[in-house]
Ligand binder design. Structure first.
Ligand code: HEC
Length: 117
């Protein structure tokens, strides 16, 4: 009986408290590649709009045409080493691309994906 009560309490607890999940590479990849609706002239937006399809190669800024160095950590080892920079660009780029900020879980998932490349 006591055991049953404990299980019941645990179930209730996990249903009402969102337990932080580990970073998920697949989910990060999905967020990265997904297309989001934006205003003209950039109606279809994704992280690839500026960073390109192949993340081991340089990308090109969709508005300024400026070259953006490769995002894959394997070819650009200085990536994601400055947490201020990471924070700043997550804020800016999620807003522009998705029309909203990315939450902590999404940022962790995307970073896990980029670091896996
Ligand atoms: C409009 C162009 C543009 C789009 C779209 C874009 N980015 Fe970026 N991103 C940049 C630029 C410019 C930089 C800074 C230059 C650099 O780090 O080489 C940058 C840098 C970053 C960085 C920092 C990398 C580091 O070394 O710390 C992260 C993280 C990032 N972007 C994530 C994203 C994510 C996630 C998306 C999609 C939601 C996205 N970007 C879409 C232009 C863009």
């Amino acid at each position: 009986m006591k055991k049953l009560l404990l299980i019941l309490l645990l179930t209730l607890f996990s249903a009402t408290h969102s337990i932080a999940q580990a970073a998920d590479i697949e989910r990060g990849k999905q967020l990265w590649q997904q297309s989001y609706q934006g205003k003209a002239p950039y109606q279809q937006r994704s992280c690839e709009s500026c960073h390109g399809r192949n993340l081991t190669k340089a990308g090109k800024h969709v508005k300024t045409n400026k070259v953006i160095k490769a995002m894959a950590l394997s070819v650009n080892p200085t990536r994601y080493s400055d947490s201020k920079k990471v924070k700043k660009w997550f804020y800016r780029n999620c807003k522009w691309t998705m029309g909203r900020v990315c939450n902590a879980q999404e940022q962790a998932d995307i970073l896990a994906y980029l670091k896996s490349l």
